[in-house]
Design a binder for this molecule. Structure first.
Ligand code: COA
Length: 657
């Protein structure tokens, strides 16, 4: 079966995950049949889809007619036979009970067409085991979504022992068609990727640390959230997901449970859902820990376990570093990849932490993985050594270097497309991006094949939502005062740079766009300098470049009030060059860039300098600079080409000579 052959998708289960997946499939244009065990449950799921689509329409993401048409593609049924009889692809999202899943898969196998693929959204059960309930184990695959499916970008696609490679590929393609980022999990391992790194090492190890009296719940949560940049502390997170889930999984796996967790489970303090967990929610303040609490807590144990688990996944052939890093960012909101963070901290520190723990506690889970030991032995200890999981240092030029926060592509027309590539955080500018962007510009400056640069944002929501706020904690004032290299990179780059704004351009995101020569925005875009709402002011040129474009009064309005303005308003104010319809955006950007790329490179470079530097000089000096540049251009081959082509009525071909 090919992707084009998939027309109808059945989703088994209309709960939180089921109706979310059904909505995704309908949004991607498929006919969807959603099934649950009774009319009440399936209607509840259907209503939830209707509510969500209406929200999209209210927000202007789609028209009310599109929302109605999407809902019309969803059919809600109770009879399982009816649910799957026309389906080409079935996604099961029933409760996580193996016996139940096996019974379901036997039925699915019985009633679905021969060619249909049967996927399970399980987060913890074995795909291989589930597939045994069918006569088509090669067509059974894992398709693990994250909650809520419509919002979360990640889907883990899991290969069971018998899963056919073509079925894997098709499931990966279908996931992309749903607008999600698939990560292949090559082996059917417990917890797959994200939960393997998150549950044991992040959540449970934190509980061991507290159980041993090495820190308090508040100290660990404060450290991980405010200093290490995780979206939540491990205890706050367990309160949200339910403490009993990890507890039962660990018990079932026959592993010891930390006394702290035994204790809260015994008291039925299972988290938010019971009104209390590690924190008191009902009649309490909830997860209210101070910023200072974590100041002195050393999180190396938690990191060492997370990294060791990731190494084990690599050792076992389950995944590769770049996929693991993307998975934990998209699936668990990690501030950067866990292996990129390991490179930053140093693999030697990870290894010695584990060796110390292994010696002290004589516990298997502290046993260092082969990969970890090998990397340290080979001196690949991370950023400081020039290589760890990734390569670092100035020797790694833009071509050879692996970028994490940026994507670079130079096309045949001489356009370098730089993508700010952190879609899960709305392309917020983090330390990696700050380090990588100037390298890309330095390389593009030297590369004659590059005639123009376009900066755009990954994903469908933002150019960039500004500096990554999660990195603010723990940063030193001088570090924030040294951000110039990043924000000046497009301005100091000798060739033209276009900011292609499709979505939010806020704070540092707008400042980066301001440092470009041109700003083109789609109609749906919103621009602003919201720093004031954080008690700050712009620090990357947001006051100074803005005032030169739109004058002091409008600058003060944007900066002092901090509200966002529409692209149309920004155009009226002279903040952007033009606004274009959302669906014409990519084409308009490309044709604008192509015009620049086909122009005479030296004259275009001179224009940038003369306008930018001349504008800062007294009039006479500025006019002198202009005349000098004008005169110099008479010595170029491009000038001869331009004038000859005019006289011969043909299109000039400028070579930049
Ligand atoms: N730094 C770090 N993370 C950011 C971020 C930033 N500047 N802007 C957005 N994100 C993260 C959000 O925390 C969220 O992460 P989560 O999914 O783990 O919760 C994710 O990106 C998506 O953003 P979300 O807020 O859920 O989207 P939205 O459509 O509801 O709102 C914005 C979009 C841009 C209005 C909102 O994200 C925002 O106000 N961001 C901060 C902008 C800002 O103040 N920038 C200046 C920084 S100096």
């Amino acid at each position: 079966m090919k992707l084009e052959d998939i027309k109808t998708i059945a989703v088994i289960g209309a709960g939180t995950m089921g109706h979310g997946i059904a909505e995704l499939a309908a949004l991607a244009g498929y006919n969807v049949v959603m099934r649950d065990i009774n009319e009440e449950l399936v209607q509840k799921g259907y209503k939830a889809i209707e509510w969500s689509l209406n929200k999209f329409a209210e927000k202007g993401t789609m028209t009310p007619d599109q929302a109605k048409a999407t809902l019309k593609r969803v059919k809600a049924v109770v009879d399982i036979k009816e649910a799957v009889k026309d389906a080409d692809f079935v996604i099961e999202a029933a409760p996580e009970i193996m016996k139940l899943k096996k019974e379901l898969f036997t039925d699915l196998d019985k009633y679905a067409q021969k060619h249909a693929i049967l996927a399970s959204n399980t987060s913890s059960l074995s795909i291989t085991e589930i597939s045994k309930a069918t006569k088509r184990p090669g067509q059974v695959v894992g398709m693990h979504y994250f909650n809520p499916p419509v919002k979360m970008a990640l889907v883990e696609v899991i290969k069971g022992k018998e899963t056919d490679e073509n079925v894997m590929k098709l499931t990966v393609d279908l996931t992309k068609k749903f607008g999600k980022s698939p990560i292949r999990v090559e082996k059917d391992t417990f917890g797959f990727i994200v939960n393997r790194v998150l549950v044991g090492p992040f959540m449970f190890e934190s509980a061991w640390i507290v159980s041993r009296g090495q820190a308090t719940v508040e100290e660990v949560d404060s450290r991980m959230k405010y200093y290490e940049g995780f979206p939540m502390g491990p205890f706050e997170l367990q309160d949200l997901t339910g403490i009993d889930i990890g507890y039962h999984l660990t018990k079932e796996a026959g592993l010891p449970v930390p006394s702290l967790i035994e204790d809260v489970v015994k008291k039925n303090r299972l988290g938010r859902k019971t009104g209390a967990g590690f924190y008191q929610y009902k009649d309490g303040q909830g997860a209210n820990f101070s910023r200072d609490a974590g100041k002195n807590f050393d999180p190396i144990t938690i990191y060492a376990l997370m990294v060791n688990e990731a190494c084990q996944l690599i050792d076992d052939g389950v995944s590769v570093p770049s996929d693991i890093d993307l998975a934990v960012q998209l699936g668990a909101g990690f501030p950067e990849g866990i292996l990129a963070r390991a490179d930053r901290i140093g693999m030697d520190k990870m290894l010695s932490a584990l060796e110390g723990l292994a010696k002290e506690h004589k516990d298997e889970r502290y046993k260092p993985s082969n990969l970890l030991k090998k990397m340290v032995k080979e001196g690949k200890t991370g950023q400081a050594a020039g290589e760890g999981f990734y390569k670092y240092g100035s020797s790694a030029s833009a071509g050879a270097r692996e970028f994490k926060a940026i994507k670079l592509e130079v096309d045949k027309q001489g356009i370098a497309w730089i993508t700010l590539n952190r879609p899960h955080r709305l392309n917020a500018i983090n330390s990696e991006m700050r380090e990588e962007l100037p390298i890309v510009f330095a390389d593009a400056a030297k590369n004659d094949a590059v005639r123009v640069v376009v900066i755009k944002g990954a994903g469908d929501k933002a150019f960039s939502a500004g500096a990554d706020i999660t990195e603010f904690a723990g940063g030193k004032p001088y570090q924030f005062a040294e951000l110039g290299e990043f924000f000046n990179a497009p301005a100091q780059f000798p060739k033209p740079v276009i900011a292609a704004i499709d979505g939010f351009a806020l704070g540092g995101g707008l400042e980066l766009a301001l440092a470009c020569d041109f700003r083109i925005a789609s109609k749906r875009s919103e621009l602003g300098q919201p720093e004031i709402k954080l008690g700050l002011i712009p620090g990357g040129g947001g006051t100074q470049r803005l005032v030169r474009l739109i004058g002091p009064s409008r600058t003060k309005e944007l900066v002092m009030i901090g509200d966002r303005i529409s692209a149309e308003q920004a155009e009226q104010w002279g903040l952007i060059n033009k606004v274009v319809d959302n669906n014409k955006f990519d084409g308009e950007v490309r044709s604008f860039a192509e015009k620049l790329a086909s122009g005479p490179p030296i004259a275009i470079r001179f224009t940038k300098k003369v306008v930018d530097w001349g504008g800062q000089a007294p009039m006479e000096a500025a006019l002198f600079i202009e005349r000098e540049a004008f005169g110099l251009l008479f010595s170029t081959e491009d000038m001869i080409e331009g004038t000859t082509a005019f006289l011969m009525k043909k299109k000039p071909e400028f070579k930049g000579k």
